[in-house]
Design a protein around this ligand. Structure first.
Ligand code: ADP
Ligand code: MG
Length: 453
């Protein structure tokens, strides 16, 4: 009887669904039981179950009505897993030993308390908290994506530590996808692949950082896919971070990226100025140093949005202050930033340019004996200093657009200034100016080579 109905279900679905999709999602459906008016169907795993409910709920409702008559409802379960399995809350509670089994080290500084929240990261923050409260139950997998230095690793460590606080009995493992790969390779070499699998597939919460590292590594992706499936089917929590969205992971197996997309995807955007300011404030407070607010604001506007770099700047300012005993002023702070940024700043040429233009402005102002802020004035008196600064910037390959922006002038003004200084140098009547410019350029060259060394 049930076999017959099983066939009917298959037939009914096949008539309505393209065969490719049927084979992918529907071919493991079995009729498990009919009780009163409840039809229990089973499928191979949790992933398929969730997918079918999400995408085909209406279709299923229609099917049970057509085949079994109105008033029937359906329920989807997973084959071979009874509802009373060990992951249910009741049995889990009995096992609680209140003694965290640490599978990895966590960075004590990376907690939810030390994470500064704003619009740019609010969703990721909230989802991370939910996941640590309800691992495996709410957002699975949680996929956090965003650029470098925006707090992804920080959140991963925070999730791990918080989850253990809520339930010390959980097995929580943080790893990077690179470490996952290295572990796998050394397991294969030493013929220990089962130990490797045990390590990754017997956890309650698996946190895999920087999954983009697996681009182009299809063997590792395959192993990761199986790890993912095993954990997912047992309703274990998986959190993944990446510097890009799943569909932007080139060369990734589609079965893997479609699983990443299955749960919740949240992005972290570059932090808005307020977050940058608060992060600096809290660092400064922690170190108990005195950096005036004006300077923090200056840094907030000048430094770029990578929080790691921002922290680097503050750390070095603090070090500068305690090593030299010198007060931190806007002037020395700018030169510290500019001396830090070039090598700290790979991949962000824009900020580098901005800092460089600031630096040139500053030494030209010094050389001409005027205040830095006067460089922006329209007074004729300082026109030459400004034109010289523009000229030196042009000579250092700073684009005209950037120069114009840094002086809040239009491009034609910059071009005019460049040719004017050029002419003055060429007509031989301004030896003092020529040597001044040479002097400044020499100074700049020395500084650049020091930074590169
Ligand atoms: P990612 O993994 O995204 O490259 P990290 O998590 O390593 O970035 O963050 C870089 C640094 O910036 C870390 O020291 C981290 O603590 C800090 N950081 C990033 N975002 C925040 C934030 N919102 N609040 C406090 N610190 C942050
Ligand atoms: Mg990271």
């Amino acid at each position: 009887m049930e076999n017959q109905q099983n066939d009917k279900i298959g037939e009914w679905l096949r008539e309505r669904i393209p065969s490719k999709i049927y084979n992918l999602w529907f071919n493991t459906i079995r009729l498990e039981s009919i009780k009163d008016k409840e039809i229990t169907l089973t499928v191979a795993n949790l992933f398929i179950k969730d997918w079918l409910i999400k995408k085909y709920d209406t279709l299923f409702k229609k099917m049970v009505e057509d085949i079994f008559g109105t008033g029937h409802i359906y329920k989807l379960e997973i084959q071979g897993i009874s509802p009373e399995s060990s992951t249910t809350k009741k049995s889990r509670k009995k096992l609680i030993k209140k003694r965290p089994l640490l599978l990895c080290e966590f960075n004590k500084e990376f907690t939810f308390d030390t994470f500064v929240v704003g619009k740019s990261n609010e969703l990721a923050y909230k989802a991370s908290i939910e996941v640590s409260k309800f691992p495996g139950e709410k957002y699975n997998p949680l996929f956090i994506f965003g650029g470098v230095g925006l707090g992804k690793t920080h959140l991963m460590h925070a999730i791990g530590q918080k989850a253990l606080q809520f339930n010390p009995d959980l097995k929580v493992l943080y790893t990077t996808s690179e470490r996952f790969m290295n572990d796998m390779i050394s397991a294969i070499r030493s013929d220990n692949i089962m130990v490797f699998r045990d390590k990754y597939r017997k956890v309650d919460v698996l946190l895999v950082d920087d999954v983009q590292f697996l681009i182009g590594k299809s063997g590792i992706q395959k192993e990761f896919f199986h790890t993912f499936n095993d954990l997912f089917n047992l309703r274990k929590q998986i959190v993944i971070t990446s510097d890009r969205l799943p569909h932007e992971l080139d060369d990734f197996q589609e079965r893997l990226t479609s699983r990443f997309e299955m749960g919740l995807m949240v992005g972290i955007k570059p932090p808005e100025p307020e977050i940058r300011y608060t992060i600096m404030k809290s660092l400064v407070a922690k170190e108990k140093v005195d950096i005036p607010d004006g300077i923090l604001q200056e840094i907030m506007m000048k430094a770029d949005q990578n929080v790691r770099r921002l922290k680097g700047i503050i750390t070095r300012l603090i070090a500068f202050n305690s090593l030299t005993g010198q007060e931190i002023t806007v002037g020395n702070c700018l030169s510290i930033i500019s001396s830090i940024l070039p090598d700290d700043n790979k991949g962000d040429p824009k900020t580098h340019l901005r800092v460089k233009t600031e630096y040139i402005k500053r030494i030209v102002a010094e050389e001409f004996g005027i205040k830095l802020k006067d460089m922006l004035d329209r007074k004729r008196k300082i026109a030459l200093a400004r034109q010289v600064a523009m000229y030196i910037m042009g000579n250092s390959n700073i684009p005209v657009k950037e120069i114009a922006m840094s002086f809040s002038r239009v491009r034609s003004t910059v071009i005019y200034s460049l040719s004017k200084v050029e002419k003055m140098l060429n007509d031989g009547n301004n030896p003092a100016l020529a040597s001044k410019i040479k002097e400044i350029e020499k100074h700049l060259e020395k500084k650049e080579s020091k930074v590169e060394a």
